[in-house]
Design a protein around this ligand. Structure first.
Ligand code: ADP
Ligand code: MG
Ligand code: MG
Length: 889
């Protein structure tokens, strides 16, 4: 019979940390902590296989589970010294979900399960604390009704608020046992009214209700959205953990808290966390009361007058510190801990690798490597390449004038400016219209994930450093200020009241997630400094890396930025971008609209010096590095004049009538320009264009070589080749120009001629094309369009539908379609190498900056990837990780 249930507790466990797939992250780590002999309340985990079986059998649980759960309940009762459902030997439990990856979209934990009208009295007697017992019961009713019975928690909050107002209290902790009993009565009435049935009194009915609810929550919309955003497969399923309760709400010697073994914002090697006295479960992160600091040092730094755990409960603090150290050394990574102190005794309830900002991830990895806990290579593998994006976020210029209208906690670094919106749906709408917004909420919940994604930054008026907003924003790399208590959000009127100023939806604010400040209006920003830990890790990455990383750049500014980010050349310089400026566009239009070769040549003669000086500057910046220049690629109509004014200007320059010009533009009209007269087809029709560009490139290369002493090797790239004959034809023109320029200059220089592989035919005929091409650059944007027969500009709407309906996992324009487009790349690379073993192979589509695609490029053995300048560090790290993994670390 299948083992569905894995027990843990009393110094041992059926499972261990390596059973993550089966037990989920929480269950596997609870087992591991038991195996390490740490104080963990006993319990058991129902495996993820049960979740799979549950869905395979139309949402029913497998036979035999019942018996295994009974046995596990009895075993944990032995350890805990209680019996589930027995008022004489009361044992209450929590029911906790837990999938392989941490998933905030899942069912919330139910605490104090097993309480009913009878056992609550037993709990009061056993603990000698009536207030505690009824507080626990009302919490249980609230949680269970909300997550299992579907009676919204707002019902209960309303009742509690009313009751507190009647009693004249502010805090939940002010209520007496009798008052809680009164509140419980009102809760029960509400439940009867909503459900037409009383709150379930039977402990086993409660337990199975909660277990079923956890499995059902795997398919709730929140969980589905979260999985989609984080690429978590549906097939994984969740486990359910049932664990004996320990109580942080048993008076002033009890507490509950969360801690990180190192600071998740800064990476500093110091225990960091928050706790609340006389509280339970999620109270700390829910932002109901303002939590206290764990260490004295943090308390002083935060300027808090509430005592630290270190001061208040020194014994528990000491144990926590020791356990934190042990767990970090054991897992060899920064841990995120959840704990509860029951009458002075510390209990561990969770450990997992802690989420952290990119900045702290770098510091932690670099320092752990320095401490000898991990190797340099492991440090490189610890950094999520995409997270480097966070470091490339701007920060507020320290010299900028700051119009401060409020402040909160620096919950997630980086600064952001945008319009105020108050709901996640508004944030999403604005994003669709390309407007930057700051999502302003009292607090966020898992229902706000889509809005947080859409916003530039998040501002909340309630909640600590471990509130939902703070944790999720850090994970997303979004700037966040949380708990800005001086601000008042009024959803009803759509206003934000800040130090006497009333701001409305649509007003611009700036938040500084590094300091917690909230500023009015937009503020000048600074680009980040890429030294220190970043430089160390990138240095180690470069040691591990095999592929080169180049940038797609055509302007001097981009080229400089690319170099500062470590680009090792330019993989794609798109020449057409150079033709849009001022007088150039007029000459360009003149060239396109000329109807004779002589006319074109005269316009090209005007463009030549401009093009040459562009290349010269680029080559000087890239001294000594390879630069790939793509000949004119887009359909010519993109350059054509549209307004009467523009037409008149070009007509004057060409000395023809506006009417004649209009006719000529009409003859250039194409039905499907992306598949029309573009790429090398232009060079075949009008070789003089390619010749001018080649001349500009070679003259600039010769000159730059003289000036800098380290010549670039220009790589002239012919786009959109499908036939070898096309490449032959254009290459001959380029080679002839090179000869001429060398003669004129009286010196020789190196250059390469190659092609983009961006048509399926080119991939199929790559063996033959390689006879002419000295390099291939995979243009995977067009290759994806032409392989799928999908226009990228029109695809986003229906590809999103495909994704939602599960037909595709990822947008193939974002991450390379390994099976289709990738197959063509792999085949072309092999054929190309077959013909020309030393052929240079690279990729220059957007995919060059996507970590998964970079990994694919490594597997094909490409020589380099090229991506936009600000993604260069991401590509460097991704390439290093791919190489390390390929070598088996
Ligand atoms: P999440 O996955 O949302 O963090 P958890 O299952 O970890 O949910 O539960 C949240 C909190 O509930 C824990 O951090 C802990 O404070 C409390 N909790 C869970 N189980 C127990 C228990 N057996 N005894 C006491 N508190 C518990
Ligand atoms: Mg939680
Ligand atoms: Mg937890």
């Amino acid at each position: 019979m299948t083992k569905w249930v894995y027990g843990f507790g009393g110094g041992s466990a059926d499972g261990s940390a390596s059973d993550r797939e089966l037990l989920g992250g929480k269950g596997a780590n609870l087992a591991e902590m038991c195996n390490l002999g740490l104080p963990v309340p006993p319990g058991f985990t129902i495996t993820t296989e049960v979740c799979t079986a549950y869905y395979a059998n139309g949402r029913t649980l497998p036979d035999g589970l019942n018996g295994q759960v009974d046995a596990a309940l009895a075993a944990m009762g032995e350890i805990a010294g209680g019996r589930f459902g027995d008022p004489q030997k009361l044992m209450l439990v929590s029911v906790r979900s837990g999938s392989r990856a941490s998933m905030p979209g899942m069912m919330d934990t139910v605490l104090n399960l097993g309480l009913n009208d009878e056992t609550v009295a037993a709990l009061a007697a056993a603990s000698g604390d009536e207030r505690f017992a009824y507080d626990s019961y009302r919490r249980f009713i609230q949680m269970y009704s909300d997550v299992v019975l579907g009676v919204d928690h707002e019902n209960f909050e309303e009742i509690l608020e009313d009751a507190k107002a009647e009693y004249g209290f502010e805090q939940d902790t002010d209520l007496s046992a009798a008052q809680w009993q009164d509140v419980i009565g009102r809760y029960n009435a509400k439940i009867e009214q909503e459900l037409g049935a009383p709150f379930p009194q039977d402990a086993r009915e409660q337990l199975w209700g909660a277990i079923n609810a956890v499995f059902a929550s795997w398919m709730n919309p929140r969980a589905i959205t979260y999985r989609r955003l984080h690429d978590i497969p549906e097939s994984w399923g969740t486990a359910v953990n049932v664990q004996a309760m320990v109580f942080g709400n048993m008076g002033d010697s009890s507490a509950t808290g969360v801690a990180f073994t190192r600071n998740p914002s800064t990476g500093e090697n110091a225990l960091y966390g928050e706790f609340l006295v006389n509280a339970q479960g999620e109270d700390v992160v829910a932002g109901i009361r303002t939590p206290q600091n764990i260490t004295e040092e943090a308390r002083v730094a935060a300027g808090s007058d509430k005592p630290s755990l270190q001061k208040l409960m020194p014994d528990a603090f000491k144990t926590l510190t020791e356990i934190a150290g042990r767990l970090e050394a054991h897992y060899r990574d920064m841990q995120d801990l959840e704990f509860t102190i029951e009458r002075g005794k510390l209990w561990m309830l969770q450990t997992r690798s802690g989420k952290r900002t990119a900045k702290s991830a770098l510091r932690i990895a670099a320092e752990m490597s320095g401490e000898g806990l991990i190797t340099n290579r492991e440090a490189v593998l610890r950094i999520e390449p995409a997270s480097l994006d966070q470091l490339l976020h701007p920060t507020i210029d320290p010299n900028a004038r700051r119009d401060i209208i409020g402040s909160g906690l620096p919950a997630s670094p980086g600064a952001a400016t945008g319009e105020i919106v108050f709901t996640s749906d508004e944030a999403e709408e604005a994003k669709a219209q390309n407007r930057d917004v700051i999502l302003v909420r009292v607090e966020t919940s898992p229902e706000d994930i889509h809005g947080m994604h859409a916003a530039q930054g998040i501002l909340t008026t309630r909640g600590g450093m471990t509130s939902h907003a703070a944790v999720v924003a850090r994970g997303m790399g979004k700037p966040c200020v949380s708990g800005a208590g001086g601000l008042r959000v009024d959803y009803r009127t759509g206003t934000l009241l800040a130090m006497g100023v009333t701001l409305r939806k649509g007003d611009i604010i700036t938040i500084d997630g590094g300091t917690g400040q909230v500023l009015k209006g937009a503020v000048p920003m600074l680009q980040p400094e890429l030294s220190g830990d970043f430089a160390s890790i990138m240095g180690w990455a470069d040691e591990a890396r095999r592929m080169k990383v180049r940038a797609n750049a055509e302007t001097p500014a981009d080229a400089r930025m690319a170099r500062s980010f470590g680009a090792e050349g330019i993989g794609l310089c798109r020449t057409e971008h150079m033709f849009f400026d001022g007088e150039r566009i007029v000459a360009m239009r003149e060239m396109i609209l000329a109807d004779t070769e002589a006319g074109r040549r005269s316009a090209l003669a005007k463009l030549l010096p401009m093009q040459r000086s562009d290349f010269l500057e680029l080559f000087e910046i890239m001294a000594g590095l390879p630069v790939t220049i793509r000949l004119l690629d887009p359909p010519l109509h993109e350059f054509l004049p549209h307004s009467d004014e523009e037409i008149a200007e070009v007509a004057a320059a060409m000395d023809v009538s506006a009417e004649k010009l209009r006719q000529r533009t009409e003859t250039l009209h194409e039905f499907n320009p992306m598949l029309g007269h573009r790429g090398c087809r232009l060079a075949v029709s009008y070789p003089e264009i390619a010749e001018m560009q080649a001349r500009a490139i070679f003259e600039a290369a010769a000159e730059a070589g003289k000036r800098t002493g380290s010549p670039v090797v220009p790589e002239v790239m012919v786009p959109l080749v499908g036939l070898k004959e096309e490449l032959d034809y254009v290459k001959k023109r380029i080679d002839d120009v090179a000869e001429t320029v060398m003669k004129e200059a009286g010196s020789r220089f190196d250059y390469l001629v190659g092609t983009m592989i961006e048509l399926p035919r080119a991939a199929l005929r790559a063996g033959l094309i390689a006879e002419a091409a000295e390099f291939f650059s995979f243009g995977t944007n067009d290759l994806t369009q032409t392989t799928y027969g999908i226009s990228r500009d029109d695809a986003s709407s229906f590809l999103e539908t495909y994704r939602q309906k599960g037909l595709i996992e990822k947008d193939p324009f974002v991450s390379i379609d390994v099976d289709g487009v990738g197959e063509l790349v792999r085949m072309a690379a092999e054929k190309g190498r077959g013909t020309r073993p030393d052929i240079k192979l690279g990729i220059c589509g957007e995919h060059g900056g996507d970590p998964a695609s970079v990994e694919f490029c490594e597997s094909v053995g490409l020589d380099y990837v090229s991506c936009s300048p600000f993604r260069v560090p991401i590509a460097r790290l991704a390439a290093a990780q791919a190489a390390a993994r390929a070598e088996g670390i």
